[in-house]
Design a protein around this ligand. Sequence first.
Ligand code: SIN
Length: 278
Amino acid sequence: MTDQTIEIQPLNPVVGAEVHGIDLRKPLGNRAFQEVHDALMKHQVIFFRNQDITTEQHKAFGRMFGELHIHPAAPSPENHPEILVIHADENSKRVAGNGWHSDVSCDEEPPMGSILHLRTVPPSGGDTMFASMYAAYDALSESLKGYLSGLTAIHSGEHVYRGRYRVAVDDRDRSFPESEHPVVRTHPITGRSALYVNSGFTTRIKQLADKESRALLDFLFEHIRTPEFQCRFIWQPNSIAFWDNRCVQHYAVWDYFPAVRHGERVTIKGNRPFYRNP
Ligand code: SIN
């Protein structure tokens, strides 16, 4: 176990940083772990380059941050239930994550973080965009912040997952998670407030009439797409992105069809979202 000398290079002041000087094939020492953890808390999504890691090394890195999550719907490779394969090629009709979302927010205890390692990237395109939900929240008026802090929203997995993995999984008798979460959540480590509704999973705001809920969600989904809240990561083979689902949303851009893009994701379990008045 070695303590490596780390250098952090922000992509912009709002969200995202590259972490250099780390070899994830080796277990991190305490100091290196703390620096990576702190970089994630500060920048919300962090990126590593040239990490030719095995599936086991990927899982070991994820486990340093918590127990690994098993996806409620997607099939996994044999003997690796914690691995989510991310793959697109000339036969793909859709790709994972091609819309703004926070991973599996339909779970009662949605994952705190996700670590994606891509081995094959298209010759061009295939970037992933990340948006800071701290920045999205901070940019709202004090009146709207106050109003939103009293609301909860329903996050549903049914429309996202039903039939999606049809080739590999018969889901006819299956039910999918649905949960109620605060519209604004408090990050359990940083204490900062983040918007926690996303166009992938969030279907309605519980305390409002249908039309009111639709209008408010549409406004928030549009607001979340503001370019100033975002960074864009350009992948290379063996790049890794590690994002904090409690305070960022992401969008996998599918602009590279029919090229191949392939990798694996591990996802780290999280806790029930809550809101605490700052
Ligand atoms: C995802 O985990 O949502 C997919 C992200 C990506 O493929 O860039």
